[in-house]
Design a protein around this ligand. Structure first.
Ligand SMILES: C[S@@+](CC[C@H](N)C(=O)[O-])C[C@H]1O[C@@H](n2cnc3c(N)ncnc32)[C@H](O)[C@@H]1O
Length: 279
């Protein structure tokens, strides 16, 4: 028998068992994430945390909950930046915001907000467009370390140049420096940007819908899910959106294969911004 095949299939069994253990003991459900990238990240965790096998990680994390946040950092990808893909924010600004002006109050859900870069981008954009006062933001993620960082709103000054370029490219009407204070190599974003933000731990895999959102922005999250899970998340977005509410997925994701596609119409096709239409 081919030894490499045997090795890889044992690893696959161990991964399956670890994911089951995480679900049963901690209710974190990674069982339907795209398996190849989960495997790659667990192998990194094994090497960097110094374990001999995935089963050893399983035994350790079941008995020691302090290992869980470190494992979550491997299992969830935290890459983000402010005004990432500026054309997406420009499309929101030019095409979606005029519709949002017609509502007396607004609810915006940033699903999978990571360290908060996307949330602050939207908060600044809504401020610049005169919508901040009537908007409630909901920023959610499953990674507690990321949520804490989002709440703190502190980023390395090294990243500010990129954030500033993105902000300008998104059609920014002010200077990004109006929104942060530089302090010992860090940019501390203005707390007032978060005065109407609810941060919460929410999983698109296991948790329920929110009510009557006018805009949901969920970018670079569904790519980590398998088809079945993507469908669940899109169903959750449909149930959470007000009629005529908007869903922004960003250029890398689409509703094309979703069984809920009929509930949405293309709004800005290139940026994968949809409007809820049907039932
Ligand atoms: C690559 S980041 C995307 C950050 C931001 N949306 C952006 O596009 O810049 C993916 C985020 O999805 C979060 N995530 C992964 N699984 C999730 C789930 N089941 N429910 C909610 N968020 C999840 C991760 O913790 C991570 O913060």
């Amino acid at each position: 028998m081919d030894a490499a095949l045997v090795t890889s299939s044992i690893e696959d069994i161990e991964i399956q068992l670890l994911l089951e253990a995480l679900y049963q003991h901690y209710h974190y459900d990674f069982r339907h994430y795209a398996r190849a990238s989960i495997k790659r990240r667990l192998l990194q965790a094994r090497a960097q945390l110094g374990y001999g096998s995935i089963s050893e990680i399983q035994a350790a994390v079941l008995r020691d909950s302090t290992l869980l946040p470190r494992l979550l950092d491997f299992l969830t990808v935290q890459v983000s930046e402010m005004f990432r893909d500026p054309s997406y924010f420009r499309a929101l600004r030019e095409k979606v915001i005029p519709h949002l002006h017609t509502y007396p109050s607004l609810k915006v859900w940033v699903a999978g907000c990571s360290n908060g870069e996307e949330l602050y981008s939207l908060a600044i954009l809504f401020h610049e467009e005169g919508l901040a006062k009537k908007t409630m933001f909901y920023a959610t993620d499953i990674n507690p370390t990321a949520l804490k960082a989002a709440q703190a709103g502190v980023y390395s000054l090294d990243r500010i140049r990129l954030f500033t370029e993105n902000h300008q490219a998104s059609g920014g009407r002010s200077s990004l420096s109006d929104y942060y204070t530089a302090n010992y190599g860090r940019a501390v974003f203005d707390k007032s940007l978060c005065s109407q933000v609810v941060f919460s731990d929410h999983s698109l895999v296991t948790d329920a819908a929110f009510a009557e959102m006018h805009l949901i922005s969920c970018r670079n999250v569904l790519i980590y899910f398998d088809r079945e899970l993507q469908d669940r998340a899109v169903g959750l977005f449909r149930d959470s959106l007000a009629r005529r509410g908007f869903l922004g997925l960003g250029s890398k994701e689409s509703l094309r294969f979703s069984s809920h596609a009929d509930a949405f119409a293309d709004f800005v096709r290139e940026e994968k911004i949809y409007q809820r239409t049907g039932p």
